[in-house]
Design a protein around this ligand. Structure first.
Ligand SMILES: C[S@@+](CC[C@H](N)C(=O)[O-])C[C@H]1O[C@@H](n2cnc3c(N)ncnc32)[C@H](O)[C@@H]1O
Length: 288
């Protein structure tokens, strides 16, 4: 199954939620929320801005429609680049833990499962325990639907855990997610950098990097803006992580078998296509 096919299944559920909330105005509301997201993303670096709000089902539909397939595909491309650099498998055990920070919409975990499925001849992973860490509880429902739809031989334990990096009370007592073999931060740093005015997000990064186990991998990818890249580079360098692969501001498109036509009737409803081509920055880091 391709990522776009999985996205279509998630969209069907979210569309039903949007129709139940907005009736015949659902399409108009979704189109409006696509505009809300685009505007919010153009202002991510503005100091004092409000956090992007994903609670509304129309907003979540808009996000999954526009961004999840491409973001998932970029993560698959980064994992393949890492594998190439390592000249062999990324994982060395049959059972792995992955923590997806800001991973509520599912893009990161779908990507990891797709990578493991495509590379099953060489990656020996059989079981994935996944922590989806996100401040927006409403994403938990979207994930439940996707979980049922994944056609893979891998055993998957997916746990949605509410966590707000700007609120230490929400993460100080959570410890399991820190034992991950891989942490993903896909389009997450740009979302919280401007909220780091008091250093509260920096405190989260420090805890994450200090308490992760030696050998843990950290995958960062984001929209290419220097402000976010240099902020994140400063955080991991301070913590003494080692960079294994990096790329800065390269124009990237979803690759391989991905076809947006899998989104069926939704493609013509909102006058907008899913995001495809974008400048992308990534880093994969390892804790020594
Ligand atoms: C742009 S989306 C990225 C989602 C996914 N990783 C991807 O690549 O498609 C940002 C995610 O971060 C979450 N988020 C925003 N602020 C957060 C915070 N302070 N703490 C935890 N999650 C947050 C949002 O709910 C949203 O799911």
């Amino acid at each position: 199954m391709t990522i776009f096919q999985l996205v279509k299944i998630a969209l069907d559920t979210l569309y039903a939620e949007a129709v139940s909330a907005y009736g015949s105005s659902a399409d108009a509301k979704i189109t409006e929320q696509m505009g809300y997201l685009s505007k919010s993303y153009s202002e991510l670096n503005q100091v004092g801005r409000k956090p992007v709000n994903y609670k509304d089902p129309a907003t979540r539909f808009a996000y999954v429609y526009k961004y999840v397939a491409s973001h998932g595909n970029y993560v698959v491309q980064v994992l393949n680049a890492l594998r190439l650099e390592l000249e062999g498998p990324i994982f060395t055990t049959e059972s792995i833990r992955v923590s997806c920070v800001g991973g509520g919409p599912g893009s990161d975990i779908i990507a990891l499962l797709k990578y493991l499925d495509e590379r099953k001849a060489t990656e020996k992973v059989k079981k994935v325990t996944c922590y989806l860490l996100d401040r927006e509880q409403a994403w938990a429902d979207t994930w439940t639907e996707l979980d049922d739809s994944l056609k893979t031989d891998l055993l998957l334990h997916a746990n949605f855990q509410p966590l707000d990096v700007t609120n230490p009370d929400s993460w100080a007592q959570q410890k399991k997610f820190l034992q991950a073999d891989l942490f993903t931060m896909s389009y997450f740093v740009s979302e919280v950098k401007a909220l780091d005015l008091t250093g509260v997000v920096t405190k989260f990064w420090q805890t994450l990097f200090q308490e992760a186990k030696p050998g843990a991998l950290f995958l960062y990818d984001d929209n290419g803006h220097d402000a976010f890249n240099s902020y994140f580079d400063g955080q991991w360098k301070k913590a003494g992580l080692k960079c294994i692969i990096e790329s800065t501001n390269q124009t990237t498109s979803p690759s391989g078998s991905e076809q947006k036509s899998d989104l069926g009737p939704y493609l013509t409803k909102f006058g907008q296509s899913p995001k495809l081509k974008t400048p992308l920055t990534y880093r994969v880091l390892r804790k020594p």
